[in-house]
Design a protein around this ligand. Structure first.
Ligand code: ADP
Ligand code: MG
Length: 679
């Protein structure tokens, strides 16, 4: 019955049906799950409990005739006096002179409006003759579009609830209701629309929050299971001894966290299912090293590996660091948009013949006619810059390799299990020993001269600096103008000190960008002025200063990313935030930046301060929309739902346990998009 069209509800005709469809209500289910966006409280409280300036409802007896006075052209003010308990309360009503005739001495009235505690006065918004309706003091208010009105929707929902209450199935097995003390689905629906008390309303919400999160997590877990089982025989069988030899030859010892993550990855690679894993770790925590070992294992297993990065600059850097790690053992090639013509053909041919083991590139790698002989593992760096589509593109090419996504944006756990709920997650949450945390300072604009002197001092000691330009939102053009201005300003300031300044921004051609980066990497340029394009994974260990203009405009995670560009060598590094935040939140954020260098901690704080929508930036949030749940506030429910979903899917309860029949049927109906299969 829940999928029945909306005009099966008594009193919904053709016209209303169309209007409801306008706001997305097509079925009885849609209607019943169109929740109020707020509530009005018409509860009558004793005078002593009323709160000044709040909206209240009072009930009393009219004393004497109301008095109307006129002012202005058409304005009027009506004053009436009513007896409430033992007090006389004044009611003031604007521009409703006709009320005088309706309210006579001795009448009982109910008034709703703003309460003035000092004058014992109420500014009346609504009045009603007679006693307050005490059966339904909390009234729902719905977000609607013209011409439907909230009260109309309220009426229809009330009808639908009465008409269908016997047919609303409980989705959750009763054990859940008992152990989490949840309202039944019917009861919760009644209470969320027509709460009998605020306590009951809260319980109704709690029920739906859990339900919503459980359904979502079930979808994720089913996807994960499907994904694992889609491919058979994807085992990469490598000789572990050889992999260990390689690890022993590395110039450093892996951290505990690197080791743990590596074991998780190798386990995935060895097993017959397809790896779909996210590797998270702060900048410099050694993700690339872990990725390299994984690729090496793939090569040992007789397969090829690929590593995809978002920019050409990064591709080249990865290429260099991998070459350094692998030496002569492994043949590596670079494939980006700028590798063209004959060179490109040669590389493609070698990839196809498997005389190249590992290929490094931008996403040109998956879009163009690259044919791998035997692709075993794909590593995707800076995962959230690659959309779901690119993930799918790989699969559509008919290859289904083990995939490891890496990101240096530590993602708070709550977001990780929502945005990446269908993936396995490994975390490198510790830095290699001996790293000196970047010293971070927050200064105001007026310290600029000192900042420039500080850079100069570092440069004189042989180090280099990044200067990130003021950010102008939504305007590429102004951004670049700013960058150019700042660049000229610094050039001038440093002209007599033999300090060379470079400029990097998004509008430069790729080869121009590369040239500038090359000059910076080789220390021909000591100070690099840049827009945020530098954010993504550039590695110049000799840079020790990161200056960020307008730091208050960036999210904590983004600031942290930028800061991660320094502190990569042995010398002490510094990050200087130039910011003049207006509000407390902005100040708090700058303070947090100066106090912690732990990316995971910052990510959590960022989430608390900015909310999940802003966390990834506007364009790429990738977050599902929830109706009642808030993944930040409801993170406990989220964790619970996640665990429950995991155990339901793992134990195949949906199909094996009759208590889950209703839930299973519901999931099948809801997720019939072909993405998920159920048996
Ligand atoms: P990420 O990719 O996470 O930013 P990298 O793997 O590029 O980090 O590592 C950053 C630097 O630290 C590199 O120069 C790398 O050689 C070095 N490194 C990686 N792992 C360790 C370790 N366990 N101990 C010491 N140095 C390490
Ligand atoms: Mg990296």
């Amino acid at each position: 019955m829940m999928n029945w069209p909306i005009n099966t509800v008594d009193g919904v005709g053709e016209k209303l049906k169309e209007q409801l469809e306008e706001i997305g209500i097509k079925t009885v289910q849609d209607l019943l799950f169109y929740f109020p966006n707020r509530y009005e409280n018409y509860e009558i409280k004793p005078l002593s409990e009323l709160i000044h300036d709040e909206k209240v409802t009072i009930e009393g007896q009219v004393i004497g005739d109301p008095i109307v006075t006129y002012y202005g052209r058409k304005k009027s003010r009506l004053v009436l006096r009513i007896q409430v308990e033992h007090a006389i309360v004044k009611g003031v009503m604007f521009n409703r002179p006709f009320a005088k005739k309706q309210l006579e001495p001795g009448d009982i009235v109910t008034l709703t409006g703003k309460w003035d505690q000092h004058r014992l006065q109420i500014t009346v918004e609504q009045y009603k003759k007679g006693k307050a309706k005490t059966d339904q003091p909390i009234q729902p208010v719905y977000y609607v579009k013209q011409p439907i009105k909230s009260f109309q929707l309220k009426k229809i929902i009330k009808k639908a609830l009465a008409q269908y209450e016997g047919q609303i199935d409980e989705l959750l097995p009763s054990t859940y209701l008992t152990s989490y003390k949840l309202l039944t689905r019917v009861k919760a629906l009644q209470e969320i629309h027509f709460p009998t008390s605020f306590q009951a309303l809260k319980q109704a919400k709690r029920r739906f929050i859990y339900e919503e999160l459980l359904l979502f997590q079930l979808k994720m877990q089913l996807l994960r299971k499907n994904n694992r089982e889609r491919t058979q025989g994807n085992s990469q069988l490598f000789d572990l001894a050889l992999v260990n030899q390689f690890i022993d030859k590395l110039p450093f010892q892996l951290t505990k966290a690197q080791n743990r993550s590596l074991q998780e990855i190798l386990q995935d690679m060895r097993s017959p299912y397809r790896m779909n894993r996210l590797l998270q770790g702060d900048v410099g925590s050694g993700k690339t090293a872990v990725a390299a070992i994984s690729l090496y294992a793939s090569v040992i297993a007789g397969k090829q590996g690929a590593i995809m990065v978002p920019t050409e600059i990064l591709a080249e850097q990865h290429m260099l660091s991998l070459q350094a790690l692998f030496g002569e053992d492994v043949s590596i090639a670079l494939l980006t948009g700028s590798v063209k013509g004959k060179k490109r053909k040669e590389i493609l041919a070698m990839v196809e013949k498997k005389s190249i083991n590992i290929i490094v590139g931008t996403h040109a790698l998956i879009q163009e006619d690259v044919h791998f002989a035997n692709l075993g593992t794909v590593i995707v760096d800076e995962q959230h810059r690659f959309g779901v589509n690119q993930r799918k593109a790989l699969r559509d090419k008919g290859i289904d390799p083990d995939v490891l996504f890496m990101t240096a944006t530590p993602i708070p756990r709550t977001l990780a299990i929502t945005s990446f709920g269908d993936m396995d997650v490994s975390q490198i949450d510790e830095m290699p020993v001996g790293r000196k945390p970047v010293e971070t300072y927050w200064v105001k604009d007026n310290m600029l001269t000192r900042v420039l002197q500080f850079i100069q001092k570092e440069v004189e000691q042989g180090f280099q600096a990044y200067v990130i330009c003021p950010l102008i939102e939504e305007s590429d053009k102004l951004d670049i103008q700013n960058a150019v201005d700042l660049y000229q300003q610094l050039q001038e300031a440093y002209s007599s000190y033999q300090i060379d300044v470079g400029l990097l921004h998004g509008r430069l051609h790729n080869d121009e960008k590369e040239e500038v980066m090359q000059q910076f990497a080789s220390n021909q340029v000591q100070v690099l002025v840049s827009t945020t394009v530098v954010e993504v994974g550039v590695n110049v260990p000799n840079a020790t200063v990161m200056v960020i203009y307008d730091a208050e405009r960036f999210g904590l995670s983004q600031l942290h990313q930028l800061r991660g560009r320094v502190g990569r060598g042995n010398a002490q590094s510094y990050c200087i935030l130039i910011a003049d935040p207006k509000g407390d939140v902005g100040k708090e954020r700058m303070k947090i930046m100066t106090e912690t260098t732990n990316g995971f901690e910052l990510a959590e704080q960022d989430l608390q301060l900015r909310g999940p929508g802003d966390f990834f930036g506007k364009k790429q949030s990738g977050l599902p929309e929830f109706k009642v749940a808030d993944i930040v506030q409801d993170y406990r429910a989220l964790e619970t739902a996640r665990n429950d979903a995991q155990s339901i899917v793992y134990n195949q309860l949906l199909t094996k346990d009759t208590n889950y029949q209703v839930l299973n049927k519901y999931l099948k109906q809801t997720f019939n998009d072909g993405e998920v299969t159920f048996d």
